[in-house]
Design a protein around this ligand. Structure first.
Ligand code: 5AD
Ligand code: SF4
Length: 457
């Protein structure tokens, strides 16, 4: 099947598409693309599964727990399909792309109409049409297509994800991502800048640049143009208030990049720097290509050049061979760095990765106990980080009503801390000063500062 030309928009239709996303920001961005492509075929987005004519599930396979949840969700949709035989169900993304996964998935969920992997999103309209005209279809291709992003049509979206590169060359031994996303391919800078300018012209104020390892952006270009160059250029885009990025591999975090963040006006002082483990022997066995000492020296450099930087991380507990002493090294590193937030994971065996066949797999009860200990220490650190912010005034980009308390507004600081405060809905989309008044482990409470005065004064 070739690459499909985008059909013209058909807004006359009353068909509806519901999209369910599992996994990382890249999965979220792919799901947006599939939703846009469906809109081009006349499907209007809905959040109600029951009223949908098309349900897309964009999947993740990074951990077994995600896969189990997704399989449960796909199973639940069977009933909807029985009630509405015209409903089309599409399952896409990393879980389908895993080598050898498709046949097993098809057998387990015969009610799914369209199966597609990560490399052929552009063919989705043709697959959808095929499913209407001829019945079920599955398409998983091994080789990624040349990078051509679809034009974006979102209007008035305050914050947007922008892909800057695809794939990963690092092969951390626990990770399935290089097996499903292929090798690193960078998007041309001019295309990225053009996309961001379009987003800004349509109301966007903040972009998050996405890649599995943004720090190796441009390594496939000659002459060299690296991630710091790209950030400096994005920083100049008129009307854009904030620039974020994720994810950074510590081994490729250059001084030039740290200095660019410090100097950039719109580049947020937040670096997500996954450490994965604090033990040198585990880092080696994970193939992370840095030592604990190197990681800590990068953290020291970042803090020297960007003193107020917010650092976040990912950590895995229970990697094969992780002893109590190795785990204690992770706890010690977390205490030492004082991250504002950490995403903590139980090691999950992924078939096809090197770690899956390593000896000394750690028993589940030990992994769970270690996770609890780690989370306890990190929760204290997160609280301490936020308590330190109380009394100070921060620039906040107002996002909209709070999900838990719709009477109030929420927004984020440049460090990506979530803040809840009272204010008029006209503030949405604006950068405003907010004084922090109260700290929790996950959020802060604040008060808007109007002309130097807090709201209640
Ligand atoms: N088991 C547990 N966590 C994993 N991650 C990636 N692969 C695995 C796995 N097999 C975590 C890493 C990565 C984050 C996105 O997911 O910490 O940074
Ligand atoms: Fe996976 Fe490592 Fe690549 Fe991140 S850098 S996507 S953890 S292989």
């Amino acid at each position: 099947m070739g690459v499909t030309k985008l059909p013209k928009s058909n807004n006359q239709s009353d068909k509806k598409v519901a999209t369910i996303v599992f996994g990382c920001q890249m999965s979220e961005r792919d799901a947006e693309t599939l939703t846009t492509l469906s809109a081009d075929l006349g499907y209007k987005p809905t959040e109600e599964l029951k009223e949908a004519d098309l349900i897309i599930i964009n999947t993740c396979c990074v951990r077994e727990s995600a896969e189990n949840k997704i399989l449960g969700k796909i199973g639940e949709l069977k009933r909807l399909k029985e009630n509405n035989p015209n409903l089309k169900i599409a399952v896409s993304g990393c879980m389908v792309q895993q080598p050898g996964a498709l046949a097993k998935l098809q057998k387990r969920a015969p009610h799914v109409d369209i199966w597609t992997g990560t490399h052929n999103l552009h063919n989705f309209p043709a697959m959808l049409e095929h499913s209407h005209a001829k019945g079920k279809i599955a398409e998983v291709v091994d080789t990624p297509l040349a990078i051509t992003e679809l034009p974006r049509r979102e209007k008035g979206k305050l914050r947007a994800f922008v892909n800057i590169m695809y794939g990963c060359n690092n092969f951390c031994t626990y990770c399935i991502v290089p097996h499903v996303r292929g090798r690193e391919r960078s998007r041309p800078a001019a295309e990225i800048i053009g996309e961001i300018k379009d987003l800004v012209a349509n109301g966007c104020r903040e972009v998050t640049l996405l890649g599995q390892n943004v720090n190796s952006y441009g390594q496939d270009f000659t002459p060299t143009y690296d991630f710091a160059d790209l950030l400096q250029e994005v920083d100049q885009i008129s009307g854009l208030a904030r620039v974020r990025f994720t994810t950074s591999h510590p081994k490729d975090l250059s001084d030039k990049l740290i200095e660019s963040i410090a100097q950039g006006r719109h580049l947020c002082e937040h670096i997500h720097l996954p450490v994965q483990s604090g033990s040198n022997s585990i880092l080696k066995s994970m193939n992370r290509q840095y030592t604990r000492e190197y990681y800590l020296s990068r953290v020291a450099k970042i803090r020297e050049i960007i003193p107020d930087v917010s650092l976040t991380t990912d950590i895995i507990v229970g990697f094969p061979g992780e002893s109590e002493d190795d785990f204690a090294q992770s706890l010690d590193l977390v205490r030492q760095v004082q991250y504002s937030q950490a995403f903590t994971f139980l090691y999950s065996k992924r078939s096809g990765t090197l770690a899956a066949v390593m000896p000394d797999q750690v028993p589940l009860d030990v992994k769970k106990r270690r996770l609890q200990e780690l989370m306890k220490i990190q929760t204290e650190a997160s609280l301490k980080w936020r308590e330190r912010m109380v009394g100070r005034i921060y620039e906040v980009l107002v996002e909209g009503p709070s999900k838990t308390n719709p009477e109030r507004l929420t927004g984020r600081t440049r460090g990506n801390e979530l803040v809840v405060f009272n204010g008029d809905s006209e503030l949405v989309g604006k950068l405003i000063p907010v004084q922090m008044t109260e700290a929790g482990s996950w959020t802060l409470v604040g008060e808007v500062v109007y002309n130097g005065h807090k709201e209640q004064e």
